[in-house]
Design a protein around this ligand. Structure first.
Ligand code: EPU
Length: 423
């Protein structure tokens, strides 16, 4: 198992290229199941979740090809799918495997997907995915830890999501495009990954209106065809590098990002005193605050402050003057990084869904353990300002969603090393 050894206290400086968005690439790859023709996806991030999705598609007998190594593009052909099944072994390592449920039942009339179960950040049920597919005419049974969905052909329906769900919206959108008649989805997620998925589906011949608004209308079509699509930049990776610049007293230029997708994060960092401005096309320059000041944050659905940036903001708040309050409203158990930051010397009190951070605290290196993807990013950021050496265990979590983070940080002046332990 790999660990990171980080020597803190270095000011980061330079340019960093932001990769394609993992959470946009995953539903796009699943959407390639909707056609027998080639779907060509560009700007794919080379992260572990993407490799898992490629393995899952290959398990279903799709052809997944890439012109380069490591792959930044995929050409996926789902001519015939012989196993319409997402097995437990793959789903347990990546919940987003559930995104194959909608496309499989829509095109092949059958899907069997392992129930994801809970994970370290919360219970994370998929009840709304199931309810919506039933509304579209699928017969669903849940047995032996698997969801089985069957339909001769899905039909259009009106469905209102009782609560906003990102992958739920994506799963049902990718089912509705091949359903007979009109589907109206209400209370949909607004995250930029949804309009990006819709843009790919429209290139494939789908008829969709309103993606990126709460109400999405879909006129089902009989078949979809080949398309080429470039995945949007990763707004969470970009947000993480904004904090990296701010927390180390540095100055960074982020390239190939989409500042419009980062409005809430940029506003919050500016409130803390961090200087951020757009520079050229897809460029964002971050300059550390002269004096970092505390700010309060509630995590919210897009366009609010993303839960996926909460751990990184907490790391920053440990260095800000004053008291910051964080309220996590999306997931019930997303503070596992807080106790690790406390072990590094942070002053953080967690009470239910609220964390109170008093700063600034001098962090000192300690052995810590990553509990999930974004928690690991928060710990890396904390380690960048800690004195002495921090060892972070279980960095496979960070490899799920950050492309070569240690190489990108090293290029900016950080001292971070991947150490492979012999088991
Ligand atoms: N929920 C239900 N029932 C459902 C679906 C969701 O109760 O059927 C609840 C969840 O338990 C949670 C809330 O609704 O409390 C929102 O969950 P959502 O479904 O929106 O989350 P998700 O689609 O499973 C995606 C991202 C997450 C990100 C969340 C919130 C992907 C692959 N994952 O998850 O990303 O945190 O939206 O923005 O897009 C990450 O990248 O590290 C990550 C966890």
């Amino acid at each position: 198992m790999d660990r990171f050894k980080i020597q803190g206290g270095r000011r980061l400086e330079g340019e960093v290229r932001i990769s394609g968005a993992k959470n946009a690439a995953l539903p796009a790859m699943a959407a390639s199941l909707l056609t027998a023709e080639a779907v060509h996806l560009k700007n794919i991030p080379h992260v572990r979740d993407i490799i898992t999705m490629a393995k899952l598609l290959a398990h279903m007998r799709c052809k997944v090809e890439s012109p380069d190594i490591p792959p930044s593009e995929f050409v996926i052909r789902a001519e015939s799918v012989s196993h319409a099944e997402a097995p437990y072994e793959l789903v347990k390592t990546m919940r987003a495997s559930v995104l194959t449920l909608g496309p499989l039942v829509a095109r092949f009339g059958y899907a069997r997907v392992s129930l994801p179960g809970g994970c370290s950040i919360g219970a994370r049920p998929i009840d709304m995915h199931i309810q919506a597919l039933e509304k579209l005419g699928a017969t669903i049974s849940v047995d032996h830890g698997y969801v089985e969905a069957r339909a001769t052909r899905l039909h259009g329906a009106v469905f209102r999501f009782p609560k906003i769900t990102v992958t739920g919206t994506e799963n049902i959108l990718t089912a509705a495009v091949l359903a007979e008649g009109e589907t109206v989805l209400e209370n949909c997620a607004l995250e930029p990954e949804i309009p990006d998925l819709a843009a790919l589906l429209v290139k494939m011949g789908a008829k969709i209106e309103g993606a990126g608004t709460p109400t999405i209308r879909v006129q089902g079509v009989d078949r979809l065809h080949a398309a080429t699509h470039t995945i949007i930049p990763d707004r969470i990776e970009a947000g993480t590098f904004l904090v990296a610049g701010a927390i180390t007293g540095g100055e960074l230029l982020l390239k190939h990002c989409e500042p419009q997708h980062l409005t809430a994060v940029i506003e919050k960092l500016k409130e803390c005193g961090v200087e951020i401005k757009c520079e050229g096309k897809g460029g964002l320059r971050v300059r550390a605050a002269k004096k970092l000041v505390a700010a309060d944050v509630n995590t919210e659905e897009y366009p609010g402050f993303a839960t996926d940036m909460q751990a990184q903001f907490m790391a920053l708040a440990t260095q800000a003057h004053g008291i910051s309050h964080i309220r996590e409203t999306i997931f019930e158990n997303r503070y596992l990084h807080a106790s690790e930051m406390v072990r590094m010397g942070a002053n953080i009190l967690v009470d239910g869904n609220t964390a109170v951070i008093t700063g600034p605290a001098q962090l000192s290196g300690a052995p810590v353990t990553a509990s999930d993807l974004r928690a690991s990013a928060g710990l890396v950021l904390a380690a960048l300002v800690a004195s002495n050496t921090t060892w972070i265990d279980r960095v496979y979590h960070i490899d799920r969603g950050y492309e070569q983070i240690e190489l990108k940080l090293t290029a900016l002046g950080a001292s971070i090393e991947r150490v492979t332990q012999q088991s």
